[in-house]
Design a protein around this ligand. Structure first.
Ligand code: CO8
Length: 302
């Protein structure tokens, strides 16, 4: 597992050992038990982190081909990176973006939910929870620079951020489309959306599995700003400057006040939520739905 950290002009390559996911139960983190060692090979890196020490802003570029789908490995890598940034006092803001063309993230890796053992499904779901807890509970200012489509888990990831800027390209879409796969968005996906776009919009979105074009997403408040595609990152950087000018302690406490009830709810139900997921996803009827959805994706491509 590896990621590339770039500090200012100097790039350094770090590899983290496994073992984070048992460490913390939510975003504000206990010290990491993972070890860090130096490595000069970045060829398998799925994440590039550009950390500008002068501004205190890190940009996390996802580059897990072809579509940044969130596999167990990728989720673990993201969690380890988030933990490292969260603990770094020199990092106050995080921008999340994609290095893959046309896609921010295709959401959870469907192959992690198809034909896998209950144990493996449980491990996967724990990693999904962990990523959400780390992002939703982050003390950093977080901005999603959505430079491509962002369905399901990709939309969830965006919604955990404090602010969302999307490329104004009608070929892209964003939303929680779980029902289209024959699956049900868990309560904390639902609550993240309610906290973002309100109850009525969430109800419609989730029941119909809606994927919104950027202009529609802006209209319901699923994203905060649209900009031309080549300006997504620069707009995120500009917005970050404004957010970082707010007195930090007051902003952090306010964020926590807004999000804590939802975070606490998952924290006190983690094991039950894992069990729910495992028993749901391993059902024969759900496995069939996932298989049909994957076939549909392939046909669409053909
Ligand atoms: N997982 C795994 N593989 C994927 C995924 C995915 N989520 N999305 C796409 N792929 C694969 C495709 O099958 C294809 O594979 P191959 O090259 O072998 O044929 C490859 O990635 C490229 O895909 P496309 O050709 O479709 O790429 P495009 O650039 O044309 O389109 C999109 C990109 C728009 C992202 C498109 O791929 C897409 O719509 N993907 C599906 C997105 C989706 O529906 N994700 C839902 C995942 S489920 C989830 O996140 C929440 C689940 C909550 C579970 C709760 C249970 C209780």
């Amino acid at each position: 597992m590896s990621c590339v950290f770039r500090h200012g002009e100097t790039a350094c390559f770090c590899v983290f050992a496994e073992g984070l996911l048992s460490c913390s139960s939510h975003g504000r983190l206990c010290p990491s038990s993972s070890s860090i060692s130096q490595r000069n090979n970045s060829s398998s890196a799925k994440l590039i982190v550009d950390h500008d020490q002068t501004t205190g802003v890190a940009v996390m570029h996802m580059q897990s081909p072809p579509v940044n789908s969130l596999s167990l490995d990728f989720l673990t890598e993201i969690c380890i990176t988030l933990e490292k940034l969260e603990m770094d006092k020199g990092c106050r803001g995080l921008i999340i973006t994609s290095n893959q063309p046309k896609v921010f993230s295709a959401g959870l890796d469907i192959l992690e939910m198809y034909g896998k053992s209950p144990e493996r499904c449980g491990e996967f779901w724990k990693a999904v929870q962990e990523m959400w807890l780390k992002l939703y509970g982050s003390n950093m200012v977080t901005i999603a620079a959505i430079n491509g489509s962002s369905p399901a888990g990709g939309c969830l990831m965006s919604m955990t951020c404090d602010y969302r800027i999307m490329a104004d390209n009608p070929r892209y879409s964003i939303g929680l489309n779980e029902t289209m796969l024959g699956i049900v968005a868990p309560f904390w996906f639902k609550e993240t959306m309610v906290n973002t776009v309100g109850h009525r919009n969430t109800e419609m979105s989730l029941e119909l599995g809606l994927l919104y074009k950027p202009a529609e997403a802006l209209k319901i408040g699923l994203v905060d700003q649209l900009v031309p595609e080549d300006q997504v990152l620069s707009a995120a950087t500009q917005t970050m400057t404004k957010w970082l000018a707010i007195p930090e302690h007051a902003r952090q406490i306010t964020k926590s006040m807004m999000r804590k009830p939802t975070i606490d709810k998952l924290c006190s139900n983690r094991e039950a939520d894992i069990q729910n997921f495992v028993s749901f996803i391993t059902k024969e009827s759900i496995q069939k739905s996932l298989r049909m959805y994957m076939e549909m994706l392939k046909q669409k491509k053909a």
